[in-house]
Design a protein around this ligand. Structure first.
Ligand code: GAL
Length: 688
């Protein structure tokens, strides 16, 4: 039996891989040997090479010249540095646009974009596809047996949205395949409304600007189509590369909270999931939100370790205000990714550019060279990662899942809703943070996934629910699961058509009540909520501020857990608790303040018997990864002060190399991290 491409990769690059994007074409060749020397000094083992090199490799149509790349590949190989070689399709050269203007993307307003930046290609253009595949094939054939080649980096952060005629044609083709007949399309899109009924396929178009508000079902299909179209580009190149180098894994870099690509689908098509992430030091929640993205990456890859492909060593340059990472915080963020399942720590980019759009973006090697804090921290981290090598390939087992669903994202932020500024990302991350603060392991799923491994399922704002979703939730409860579902869920089906028989149609008989009216709250207004009498979930002293939304809830077979004490719904339930099968469904009909949501989540976890990975003071994040024989406990102090915790196990502190005993006190300075390795059996016995 042949090894999978990723096993081949791990054998070649065991442990936690360190490196970054390398753009040598921006530098004279005298710099390259120094790059390799310094990479070795920093512990770099893998570079992403050639991501934006198309024009440097093909100066005019068909004139491929790999001389400089040969030299760089050879230099890296000689230095023992492996290459994640990019297909350069993200930035087509000017000649492509000049010779074939139809390869340029058209935005929603109908403007064909110009060259001078990147990502300006139309994903449907046959010429673009032909030329990008030609260079990808040439790279594969040339470097198939090159000792430096370890992985393929296909394109860069796919996220194109194009409204040209070519895309319009492809959209119609996609719809014909999906619906078969025009009548079916008319039915799914509800075209009797406002006289939109189509009598010929030629009348069907992608959603270019309209006079009034848009048809939400068409928008939803366009979002699905956009994700599929780009995936087709990716898989086309992947298959081509596989045909030449079947043992070399292929991936592309995903981006945090990218709306245009459904990563649950994409995750199944890459050999390893890879993420670019830029947590904003100005945002106090950015590392909790990063943890959410890390858990999502692990989950979309089926639980396998993933790769942190890009992050900033210090500051980025693309925001209004670009704060630098304070001392130790780059290390903390990097180790946090490893704690959540990454087997690599990589950066954009290796050497800071002197020119161009990103010249003030930080790099592993800053403008100031090796005499800088950043370089020192980069070098130190490289050394530390060697000590964490054993962690690689380790997995995480979760008893809790949270739903994050792209199709729902596209639908719930649709038009003409009770609130037209609803922020799905904000709502889900609030729920995630409540779990994160309790240090429980969390998978990020959709309701199409197998839910049988989970004891708790958190479903925030799942507006779009199919019959299958409804059945999955019911099965989860009947099997004894604990469900927490929040407002404006179970409202429409896959076509954005309202479920019949009142709200929430897809959750009727699940939540033990129904919603009489959706009742958004005015901006900057909150009403108070308190624990109801005769309920068993919350502490009797529970008090909360509720904002954004209220459901006018009617209790049927559920118990009211909390009720409003203000406003026209005073005395009415805000939270319901319902027995169903062997399980419990908690329905939250409003948005609670963060502390109160935390209390509710804690109560659900406790009732379900889910414990945190390890007891820890507030501000300390705890995760665990497990390999065949060992468990690795990660303790990460996000706080500004020292934190102390008492270990429930003995083992070895991998970063210091010291043995530690059960009840040992781990002292973590601000931003500090400890990683404790324990044999699997010993943890089990110390826990008993
Ligand atoms: C990423 C991108 C990189 C670089 C980086 C800057 O999204 O892939 O090429 O632009 O952002 O933060």
């Amino acid at each position: 039996m042949t090894d999978s491409p990723m096993s081949t990769f791990h054998r070649r690059l065991p442990g936690v891989v360190y490196g970054g994007d390398y753009n040598p074409e921006q530098w004279p060749r005298e710099v390259w040997p120094e790059d390799v020397r310094l990479m070795r000094e920093a512990g770099v083992r893998l570079v992403n090479l050639g991501v934006f090199s198309w024009s440097a490799l093909e100066a005019t149509d068909g004139e491929l010249d790999f001389t400089w790349l040969d030299e760089v590949m050879d230099l890296l190989a000689a230095g023992g540095i492996a290459v994640n070689l990019a297909t350069p399709n993200a930035a087509p050269p000017p000649w492509l646009a000049e010779n074939f203007p139809e390869t340029l993307l058209v935005d929603r307003q109908g403007t064909r974009v110009s060259i001078g930046s990147r990502g300006h290609f139309c994903p449907s253009s046959p010429v673009y596809r032909d030329r990008s595949r030609r260079i990808a094939r040439a790279l594969a054939e040339r470097y198939a047996d090159h000792p430096a080649l370890a992985m393929w980096h296909i394109g860069n952060e796919y996220h194109a949205h194009c409204f040209c005629d070519l895309c319009d044609d492809r959209f119609r083709g996609w719809l014909r395949e999906r619906y078969g007949t025009l009548e079916e399309l008319n039915r799914r899109w509800g075209t009797r409304f406002w006289s939109q009924h189509y009598s010929d396929w030629g009348q069907v178009h992608l959603p270019r600007p309209v006079r009034g508000s848009v048809n939400p079902s068409r928008e939803l299909d366009f979002a699905r189509f956009t994700s599929d179209l780009q995936l087709e580009l990716f898989t086309g190149e992947r298959d081509l590369l596989r045909s030449v180098t079947p043992q070399v894994p292929a991936t592309t870099n995903f981006m945090q909270f990218f709306r245009l690509v459904d990563l649950h689908r994409w995750g199944q098509e890459v050999d390893v999931v890879a993420l670019d992430i830029y947590p904003d030091p100005a945002n106090v929640n950015s590392l909790a939100d990063a943890a959410f993205q890390y858990d999502l990456m692990r989950s979309v890859g089926g639980g396998a370790p993933w790769m942190l492909m890009e992050q900033a060593a210090a500051a980025v340059s693309q925001w209004k205000l670009n704060l630098v990472k304070q001392p130790g915080r780059m290390r903390l963020g990097s180790l946090q990714a490893v704690a959540h399942g990454s087997d690599s720590v990589m950066f954009f980019q290796w050497r800071a550019s002197r020119q161009g759009q990103e010249k003030f973006h930080s790099a592993m090697l800053p403008h100031g060279g090796t005499d800088t804090r950043t370089w020192q921290e980069v070098r130190d981290l490289g050394e530390e990662l060697v000590r964490l090598g054993e962690v690689a390939t380790g997995r995480t087992a979760a008893q809790v899942a949270i739903v994050w669903d792209w199709t729902n994202w596209w639908a719930v932020e649709g038009v003409a809703h009770p609130i037209n500024s609803l922020d799905y990302r904000d709502i889900v991350t609030r729920h995630y943070r409540a779990l994160w603060r309790r240090n429980v392991a969390v998978d990020v799923v959709t309701l199409d996934d197998d839910l049988s491994a989970y004891r708790v399922l958190v479903v925030p704002n799942q507006y779009l629910m199919t019959q299958a979703h409804s059945a999955a939730v019911r099965r989860f409860l009947e099997d004894g699961g604990h469900l927490l579902v929040s407002f404006f869920s179970g409202i429409v089906d896959e076509d954005d058509r309202v479920h019949e028989h009142g709200h929430p149609g897809a959750l009727r008989n699940v939540i033990g009540g129904h919603v009489r009216d959706f009742s958004p709250l005015p901006v900057d207004t909150a009403v108070t909520v308190r624990a109801a009498a005769h309920q068993s979930l919350l502490d009797g002293g529970f008090r909360a501020a509720a904002a954004l939304w209220q459901d006018d809830l009617v209790t049927e077979s559920a118990t009211a857990v909390a009720e409003y004490t203000q406003g026209y719904l005073a005395g009415q339930p805000a939270i319901l608790d319902h027995h169903l099968g062997a399980g419990r469904a908690i329905y939250l009909g409003t948005q609670l303040d963060d502390d109160a949501l935390g209390e509710l989540v804690a109560a659900v976890l406790q009732r379900a018997g889910v414990e945190s990975v390890h007891a820890a003071p507030s501000g300390v994040e705890v995760t665990e990864r497990q390999t065949a024989n060992d468990r690795f406990l990660f303790l990460l102090n996000h706080g500004e002060g020292t934190a102390t915790l008492t270990l429930d196990r003995s083992g070895v502190d991998l970063l210091t190399g010291h043995a530690v005993e059960t009840r040992h006190e781990v002292v973590l300075g601000p931003g500090d991290v400890a990683v404790i390795r324990s044999p699997l059996s010993r943890v089990a016995s110390s826990g008993s």
